[in-house]
Unconditional design. Structure first.
Lengths: 540, 343, 297
């Protein structure tokens, strides 16, 4: 047979290989001064006042905004933020804040500020959640879960402007956690000037979507499920060494985040999977940061629904599951067993708190006593995102499912998109849920109040929908004093109540991890909430 | 000819109308609140609900609603997404070109490699080269694309660390979306290092293109090989051979055209398979195209987005199919209609 | 075995036997066939073959590597997954779901498709070219798209995915049957039947259908490989089978979570899908060439 005029296959292969090589070679970074962080989900908005999800806080709290006060990420002490100093009156009711002068707001293509920060901005930011008649109160939902769950709006008597740079806040009763609350991710300061401009042009909802703040980065662009782009705020009031550009690459799968970290597409990733931790430690080009977290992962029952309104049923379910194996399989040992709400890092920790052991026989007995039939079906909602306090809720749900089938309870696992998931939780559509809580400040009240008090039900942080006046009284009482011993005793009483009533099964206090590429410097784990990039650098 | 054209035009119009009608019915079948499913807005107050119902003509007869739907489709007023209130028209305008881009890459690679290889192996029927080509193509088109993509990622990204995994271009290049076609957008953008951006875009496109193209190439090889084998067995070829023409003379004079004509429509009809594969690949490589967008919309139960996304993709596939059929018929009126099943 | 033959008569195998004889001559086709039979056996007997229950969790043996690795155990042939479940057993069950559901899908689409196609072919009233064309172009909508809509309306799940794929597969059978029936109806043997007074139904069932079987079988093998790819792709995108149903595509997507520490969990299910499709394609190809060769002889 004669030769046809075609390329022999060898040549074609060669051509293919050369095309491949053309595009290959070890990836070299470009000269753009930028850092990419791979986050796990879409932020609900760009205003942490509206949302307790840490995804929202990560994307906005320390990037776009500042607070009056800040936590020192290393020792947890309260430091000056936008307020350069503050005074507390003798009776502990009046707080006076002196604001910094010349703090510039972001100037972007959608807003150019005409003035710098002053008392009006502080008043606007606080009144938005405090005052139900404020024109901006109902914009974008009208719910401020963190403040609502603490009833902070009802504890403030007045917020007043003394002069352009001085604000006075008066409380009804003394509150030992007040300053700490002002330093949390949620107490951000917005621009009143921007808000009034938006109101004038009839687009108030843009306040939380196209944000303006004073923070180290200004917002550039957000595309759902793809990325968020920030740019350095050149007029930031503190000296910072962060990059010119900051990118959040939204990557839902933890395996993909890990892969992107390896290829260098991410400089840092949120919530590395427990099973990948050893891999990260082995590699020299990656660094694993870890820190004991102020968090708790738990399994909450919807106590507003039968038969979970019966404490016996809840106890039975707690008895039916072997916590040890959950810790082994889900956290791979990287967590301590939770007995009550607060971890051992907190001064209110109770080392001898009572807890239920694993006892399926007793569990079945209790279920029978409560009249729960054999093959009773319930659902376990497993959150679709990874968190330090629960790195793989789906896996935990599967373990629980197999334990519960041993005591004759059938489990349906429910899991879908994070934002819808939380909304449906808030509406109480679940039977039980695997979720958790990450502290926003070091005060134990930050665990006890939002997780289980009555007022935290409508705001959606009380996942058990549990309302117990006795418990609320204990938690309220603990705030009235500064005496640690008294407060500790009160919290231990609350622990006892939780043990008896079992609105939720505490599971673990986990270590917090952050995986970064080794040339990234100064990224610290912030135990009190959102990640911060103001000083993160790439060493050349 | 004109008669044929009118017939196909008629067909296209009816198809489009049917699809629009079907997509009009979708919100009635989706779970949840009809108003939110149509408008993408969850009304907060009763007045807002009434106003929205009025705006979307839900208080009028179903014919008015359909009329309004067609009108707003034509106006580019496609509503907003339930998940983030983004304008759907813009979202589709950005996502769809990304998908088209990947489809084009894969199609070009498949044609450039698949057809010549197919001819070669068909001509050298039953020798070792042919045998290996047949084997490779059989293996190639049996690969599930998503698995192939994962294997590529494992080898080229994680082990060798040669290529990036996700997206169309590194986020560091701040390229404003203009036409949606990256090549054009880079050219029109004002960034400094365009050359780097092109290289980066190329690197990003290699693995997704390869994953899709391997399957399509294998299919093209098989079609072409079969076709040229059939043609070369025809009497007129045998006659030409007996007159002493050389193999290449015969091939270029008679074989090429006669083998290509019947397969072109078949190849073009593969666009449906190709789009399906591209949609799956997009989710793996985080390619910001319409497939990934649609699948995310499912996860987020974003019904307005699903409806529009569906409509756009199916309209595209169908108009392509019908147009190709028309062209084939117009070129060669005598031929039986392309049998998509003839592998 | 050659039977003793008294008469020196030529042996005429039946058409089906003839195809088998042709088919058997290709070793590749035959090995594909063996593989296919193996998958069929797994599909039917998975519960008997699996050493463990696929749901059985063992938190003391998480992510064990396959038994040939240094720290694998023979108790778990292919190791265990992130919940300590036996991978081999799960793989068997996953193959069963994927292969079994695809078989069901194809069976239903053949049944409906041939029925509708025959009706369309026999009845001349439906010959409106526009309707046919419309039908043909709807057939070009990608399955994935139909599945997305079905899932959006009905929710995710294996059953819904199966419905979507069935819907997408039916038109090609309708199309083929209709074309075939219409061609055959013009042939003389049908005319003969008709002169004998046979009804259209009778003509279709006794005269046309037997000749069509081969065509349908070949078409069905193609449909089967499409069904397997689609079922597993939907499972992979978490639009198809959901926990606790074990399916190959879904297992693959589940394995991504531990991709870096347990790569074999990605290799194995993918390999199964690949082998399934390959064996079907090889058998389909073998059948086609056997048919072609038989016609040549």
């Amino acid at each position: 047979m004669q030769h046809s005029a075609f390329l022999p296959p060898k040549l074609i292969c060669l051509a293919m290989v050369s095309v491949l090589m053309f595009g290959c070679g070890k990836k070299q970074r470009h000269d753009v001064d930028a850092i990419t962080f791979c986050s796990e989900s879409n932020p609900g908005s760009f205003n942490p006042q509206l949302d307790t999800s840490s995804t929202t806080a990560d994307a906005s709290a320390h990037q776009i905004y500042d607070r009056l006060l800040e936590f020192n990420p290393t020792n947890g002490l309260i430091e000056p933020g936008l307020a350069s100093s503050w005074l507390v009156s003798e009776d502990g009711l009046t707080y006076t804040f002196q604001l910094r002068q010349g703090v510039a707001f972001h100037s972007t293509n959608y807003f150019t500020p005409m003035r710098t920060l002053n008392a009006d901005d502080v008043l606007f930011s606080i009144n938005r959640w405090r005052d139900a008649n404020h024109p901006y109160h109902d914009v974008n939902g009208g719910s401020y879960p963190y403040f609502d769950s603490l009833r902070l709006d009802q504890r403030l008597k007045s917020v007043e402007r003394i002069n352009g740079y001085r604000v006075e806040i008066t409380l009804f009763t003394p509150d030992s956690s007040f300053l700490a609350n002002l330093a949390t991710d949620f107490a951000v300061i917005l621009s009143a000037e921007y808000a009034s401009k938006l109101m004038d042009i009839g687009r108030p909802a843009d306040l939380d979507r196209l944000p303006i703040g004073t923070g180290p980065y200004k917002f550039r662009e957000f595309r759902q499920n793809q990325y968020i782009r920030f740019e350095r705020h050149t007029d930031y009031f503190l000296p910072t060494s962060g990059p010119q550009h900051l990118m959040f690459d939204i990557t839902a799968k933890s395996s993909l985040r890990m892969a992107k970290l390896i290829t260098g597409e991410c400089d840092a990733v949120a919530f590395p999977s427990q099973s990948d931790l050893s891999v990260i430690e082995e590699r020299t080009d990656l660094t694993l940061l870890e820190k004991p977290g102020l968090n708790i992962g738990f399994w909450a029952f919807n106590t507003s629904k039968a038969p979970f309104d019966n404490p016996k049923v809840r106890q039975a379910l707690a008895l039916a599951v072997d916590k040890t194996s959950l810790l082994d399989a889900v956290y791979l040992g990287q967590a301590t067993r939770a007995k009550s709400l607060v971890p051992s890092a907190s001064w209110a920790y109770q080392s001898n708190a009572k807890e239920y052991g694993y006892n399926p026989v007793r569990a079945r007995e209790l279920l029978d006593e409560a009249g729960v039939p054999y093959n009773f079906a319930m659902n376990v909602w497993a959150m679709p995102v990874q968190r330090a306090y629960n790195p793989n809720a789906l896996k935990m749900a599967q373990l629980i499912k197999s334990y519960l089938s041993d005591v004759g309870v059938t489990v349906n696992i429910v899991s879908y998109d994070w934002n819808i998931f939380r909304e449906n939780l808030r509406l109480g559509m679940h039977d039980s849920v695997l979720i958790g809580w990450n502290a926003d400040n070091g005060d134990p009240d930050n665990f006890y109040r939002p997780l289980l008090t009555c007022s935290a039900i409508p705001s959606g942080t009380n996942r058990a929908m549990w309302c117990n006046p006795q418990y609320d009284a204990l938690v309220d009482q603990a705030l009235l004093t500064d005496d640690f011993d008294k407060r500790t005793a009160l919290y231990h009483q609350a622990n006892e109540l939780i043990f008896e009533q079992m609105p939720l099964v505490p599971i673990a206090h986990a270590l917090q991890y952050q995986a970064v590429r080794s040339d990234i410097y100064n990224l610290k784990i912030n135990p009190f909430g959102g990640i911060r990039f103001d000083d993160v650098e790439r060493i050349k | 000819m004109i008669k044929l054209f009118i017939r196909y035009l008629n067909l296209i119009v009816i198809t489009i109308f049917t699809l629009i009608f079907l997509s009009f019915l979708l919100p009635f079948m989706f779970p949840g609140d009809l108003l939110s499913n149509i408008s993408g807005i969850v009304p907060q107050t009763n007045e807002q609900r009434l106003a929205l119902e009025h705006a979307y003509k839900l208080d009028q007869s179903i014919f008015h609603q359909f009329g309004f739907y067609i009108e707003s489709l034509l106006n580019g007023n496609w509503g907003v997404s339930l998940a983030d209130q983004a304008t759907l028209y813009n979202e589709v305008r950005i996502a769809f070109p990304a998908t088209l881009e990947l489809v084009c890459y894969a199609l070009v690679v498949s044609i450039v490699i698949g057809i010549p290889v197919g001819f070669m192996s068909g001509l050298k029927n039953h020798n070792p080269i042919d045998f290996s080509v047949v084997t490779f193509s059989m293996v190639g088109y049996s690969f599930p694309v998503f698995w192939l993509a994962l294997i590529f990622i494992t080898i080229f990204c994680l082990q060798l660390e040669w290529l990036p995994i996700s997206g169309r271009v590194d986020l560091l290049f701040d390229i404003p979306v203009d036409t949606g076609f990256l090549i054009i957008d880079i050219a029109r953008s004002s960034i400094e290092n365009k050359h780097q951006a092109y290289m980066d875009a190329l690197q990003h496109s290699i693995l997704p293109t390869a994953s899709v193209a391997i399957v399509t190439t294998a299919l093209f090889v098989r079609f072409t090989r079969r076709s040229i084998m059939d043609v070369m067995n025809k009497d007129y070829i045998v006659a030409a051979k007996s007159r002493g023409f050389t193999q290449s003379q015969i091939f270029f004079k008679h074989g090429l055209k006669n083998a290509l004509l019947p397969i072109l429509p078949i190849l073009a009809l593969q666009i449906s398979t190709l789009i399906t594969n591209v949609m799956i690949i997009e989710t793996i490589f985080s390619w910001p195209g319409i497939g990934r967008w649609l699948i995310q919309a499912i996860y987020q139960q974003d019904y307005p987005a699903i409806r529009i996304g569906m409509l756009v993709v199916s309209l595209f596939v169908m108009s392509m199919t019908i147009t190709i059929e028309f062209i084939t018929r117009a070129i060669d009126p005598a031929r039986e209609r392309a049998e998509s099943a003839a592998l | 075995m050659q039977r003793f033959n008294l008469y020196q008569e030529e042996y005429h195998p039946s058409p089906l036997v003839n195809i088998w004889l042709e088919f058997r001559r290709s070793h590749i086709a035959l090995s594909g066939f063996v593989l296919l039979v193996l998958f069929l056996i797994i599909t039917v007997f998975a519960p008997l073959l699996a050493p463990y229950s696929p749901e059985l969790q063992n938190t003391n043996a998480i992510l064990l590597p396959p038994s040939w690795e240094p720290n694998g155990t023979i108790a778990h042939l292919l190791g265990t997954d992130g919940l300590g479940r036996d991978v081999f057993s799960r793989l068997l069950y996953a193959c069963r779901t994927t292969f079994g559901s695809s078989l069901v899908i194809v069976a239903i689409s053949v049944f409906i498709g041939v029925g509708v196609g025959a009706l369309a072919g026999v009845l001349s009233g439906l010959r409106s070219s526009i309707v046919n064309h419309l039908f043909d172009s709807i057939m070009s909508i990608p399955t994935l798209l139909i599945a997305i809509v079905m899932v959006a309306i009905l929710g995710t799940g294996l059953f819904n995915a199966m419905m979507a794929i069935t819907l997408a597969l039916i038109p090609q059978f309708v199309h083929q049957t209709r074309t075939y029936v219409r061609n055959e109806l013009q042939k003389d043997y049908v005319l003969l039947d008709r002169l004998d007074g046979a009804s259209s139904r009778r003509i279709f069932i006794f005269s046309i259908l037997p000749g069509m079987v081969e065509l349908i079988v070949v078409q069905a093998t193609i449909a089967l490989s499409v069904a397997i790819i689609d079922i597993s792709a939907l499972g992979f995108l978490s639009l198809g089978a959901q926990e606790p149903t074990i399916e190959l595509g879904a297992s693959l997507s589940l394995a991504l979570d531990v991709a870096y520490v347990a790569p074999w969990l990605i290799i194995l299910p993918g390999m199964c899908i690949f082998l399934m499709i390959l064996s079907i394609n090889v058998v389909g190809e073998g059948l086609r060439s056997a048919l072609r060769n038989r016609l040549h002889h």
